[in-house]
Design a protein around this ligand. Structure first.
Ligand code: NAP
Length: 256
């Protein structure tokens, strides 16, 4: 007998849901019976994910949204409420990860990394949490990065933004646990997505993706579905005692 993820219908927002990890999370939450609002910068990629979910009998809508823009977030969340209902699951996954040496990082690049990875997460939480409070239930999963735990060459702005996401996660967990809302972070490492392939092609990984397999304890490259599975667990009703945690999904590449 399978235990359903939720005792009642749930609406989820997944940012950056048009590609890679966000796409896998969107599909997984929909498979678990959530109605999913797929947020992405490029409407076309969000539409492709939503269409794939609908094609297998799930419920999804595509929402064009720039998480670096508060007004765009507010419009996107309003649209979600109107078309699907109040969102009570929020996955902050959209992110950018340019590789730039520290002394060459411009103010503009620093600000953009912070705007997407950190302020976007902050703004989404601030706009969506009132709906969760109203419902007396909520699940937030923030996708951080193992770079926040270990640091990474050429990634000072990125690592700083992702480390800040962990601090945000822990503080929100303390503030909103009493409202039935859990907040956790997943810092992935080495997940095979378009952005990882781009990093490999740019020579930023110290070799090709496969070359890292021997140094990965589980001896394989991570897949977006690995993150989606952990995320799905954290969003379930029966994960209500798990909050403020940083759940590494990294094949053992980072053990803290
Ligand atoms: P990805 O394939 O590049 O997907 C990222 C998604 O976020 C893309 O659909 C992208 O849209 C979207 N996005 C970027 N900026 C946005 C904005 N301003 N507003 C809305 N959407 C935006 O990357 P991924 O590997 O799946 O990464 C997903 C998350 O995991 C990121 O936060 C990343 O930092 C984190 N992560 C990944 C790994 C890994 O090994 N892959 C490791 C650690 C952490 P466009 O394609 O239109 O730009």
């Amino acid at each position: 007998m399978t235990v359903p993820a939720w005792s009642q219908p749930r609406v989820a927002i997944v940012t950056g849901g048009g590609s890679g990890i966000g796409e896998a999370i969107s599909r997984r939450l929909a498979a678990d019976a959530a109605a999913v609002a797929v947020f992405d910068l490029i409407g076309g990629s969000a539409e492709a994910t939503a269409a794939a979910i609908e094609a297998v009998g799930g419920t999804a809508i595509a929402v064009t949204c720039d998480v670096a823009d508060r007004a765009s977030i507010e419009v996107g969340v309003d649209e979600t409420v109107k078309r699907l209902g109040r969102p009570t699951i929020l996955i902050n996954n959209a992110g950018i990860s340019p590789f730039e040496r520290f002394l060459e990082i411009s103010r503009e690049s620093f600000d953009q990394v912070i705007a997407v990875n950190l302020r976007g997460t902050f703004d989404l939480c601030q706009v969506v949490i009132p709906h969760m409070v109203e419902e007396g239930w909520g699940r937030i999963v923030n996708i951080s990065s193992s770079s926040a735990q270990t640091g990474n060459f050429g990634h000072t702005h990125y690592s700083a933004s992702k480390a800040a996401v962990i601090g945000l996660t822990k503080s929100l967990a303390r503030e909103f646990g009493r409202k039935g809302i859990t907040v956790n972070a997943i810092p992935p490492s080495f997940i095979e997505t378009p952005s990882l392939r781009l990093a490999a092609d740019g020579g930023h990984l110290g070799g090709g993706i496969e070359e890292h397999i021997p140094s990965t304890p589980v001896r394989r490259v991570g897949q977006p579905e690995d993150i989606a599975a952990a995320c799905a667990y954290l969003c379930r009703d029966d994960a209500s005692y798990v909050t403020g945690q940083v759940i590494g999904v990294n094949g053992g590449r980072v053990i803290t």
